[in-house]
Write a protein that binds this ligand. Sequence first.
Ligand code: PFF
Length: 450
Amino acid sequence: MSKDNNTRAIFATKFGAIATTVGSAVGLGNIWRFPYEAGVHGGGAFMICYIMFLFLLGVPVLCAEFCMGRSSRCNVFGAYNRLSDEKGWKITGLIGIIASLMILSFYSVVAGWTVEYCFTSLTGQLNFHDRTKGHSQFVELTTGDRPIIWTVIFLICNFVILNRGVTKGIERASNILMPILFLLLIAFCINSFTLPGCKDGIKFLFKPDFTKIEPSVLLGAMGQAFFSLSLGLGCMMTYASYFSKSTKLGNMALTIASLDLLVAVLAGIVIFPAVFSFGLSPEAGPTLVFEVLPFIFNQLPAGVIWATLFFLLLFMASLTSTVSMSEISITYLCEEKNMSRKKATIISSLIALIGGILCTLSFGSLSDFKICGLTIFNLFDYISSNIFLPIGGMICSIFVGWKMKKDLIMKEFTNDGSMKFYTLTLLIFFLKYLCPIAIFIIFLNSIGIL
Ligand code: PFF
């Protein structure tokens, strides 16, 4: 049974609510996943699709999740249950919980790499100087079974923060970390403009070649928009259940999407000029950022300090995201299964640990184990980001657009009638028609039916 509305924690301050929600959205998705997806899918062509999906599909679905979360004040499973008498909807909640654990598993591996890079940089073992060594150094550090240690260390940190609860652990950390990460990215961007390949890098990222827009680019850009905004699993729904009554949901959704885009663009501006300056391939895939970054630090005075600081902050940004993913299953176990927070945290961390170890081994002893041609790591990433998240987002938008009572939606977006929300009709049109139809068409298109 769900807890009483009044006993639920609420973000202490407005800044805290924004910083924590941005903390969930901004993470490896912006700094690691966006550059590699953009690199693989043709740069500017991907960028333009990504921005379009972020605002045309992402923002409306984010509004829908916020609306469901704050009006139900419970976990994703309970939210569907509370807001509708029909039983079938809550299955979406279960898909969200499973998908969140899958993402947590592969995400922890990459977050483990950030811990390892931070450590090796601090101890002087990270090679900054030899450009030809970027790939072999990455392989050396991350393959084999040894990196399991870093995944486990990361998951232990995640466990410790989660155990302290939302407002105490997560809100305080996000308040400080998010602004620092942002400033650091700006400093690196300025450095990028001094690199010889700056023009090519910027052109690659911002000049779209429309002939490159293929179904796989559309699916990838849609998946990235959902992944980056933490949408489709009920993560934002869970966080919205901690929003105070005065939080303006529409403004919040636009702020989060804009900041999230800004961080992704900054990361692109940091990475691509360096890729072109050092003669690397933008299509390197998941390893791209880890291969390129060390050489960027080499350009800077006191590179070791910058490198250590950057990987430390990336690790922290990963933590604020994994904490939000874990919160999905933890609130479910606490509120629907009446477990203590500690027990729920232990269970979800153990599941993530098993998944995380399997994903880490995809780069070691399980590298030859493939399902549909994908390693466990790639499979978890592909299924959760390109299938579960958009489907979850599509169902959420159908639910709010067609099933939720209009006066309840109105009440949420006008904060009980205390403010105006002029775009409600437009939002409902998007949720009823545009978002579900567009997501559906992109799916059919990508599996070759259309
Ligand atoms: N949005 C996060 C990032 O960009 O790193 C990843 C994420 C967090 C995905 C929470 C899903 C989620 F529920």
